[in-house]
Design a protein. Sequence first.
Length: 216
Amino acid sequence: MPLHFSEKPGRRERHLLRKQNNPLFPQSQRQISSGALEQAQRLDHEELVEFITQFRKLILEVAELQPNAESGLILSLKERLDKCYEQSAGLADDQRETQQAIVKLQQLIMAAVRKGAGDDPIALQELVQEERARSAHFELLAFPLVADLLAPDSPVGANELAATLLSVPQKEFDAALSLFDEDQRVLLQRDVEALLSELPGTADTLHPRLAQLQPR
């Protein structure tokens, strides 16, 4: 029975596809069963439906925001919009329009925050830095693995991290690597070395990535 993959899969189906016929993963995980695919697609769809419901509520809250709203409410909305964007990056289907809407809503919120900062140069500078950091973070989220790793219920298990990182394109690997601190990179280096020692035929082509894990 042929498998029917999604044109734009969600995070769970996407991770199954990373494993398909991939020698970096255990033999038992390289073939995708129809049951595993159906379950992944169902969970991805459920997450998408729940996201749409919650995002619509958030849109209404932002639309109803009063000019004299308390700073705590404004900051809460800002944080929730950031989390929405992060989650949207890993969802099934094309989420570009949703992400554009989130950015516009975030701009409205930031305008309210800047108004609250008044003429305070330090506060205004901190807001500039925050917006730059947010923009950089959103750029990282364009890489599917980054979004998948940051998800609270990430489909990438700790024991699969080395194989997953070695499986993605170089730019995606570079982006994902930026999420890890030095201590985590040391552990990753150990796991990657152990994995490559079992697959001598792939060690040469993947050696540059191992070098990137070296402590800086």
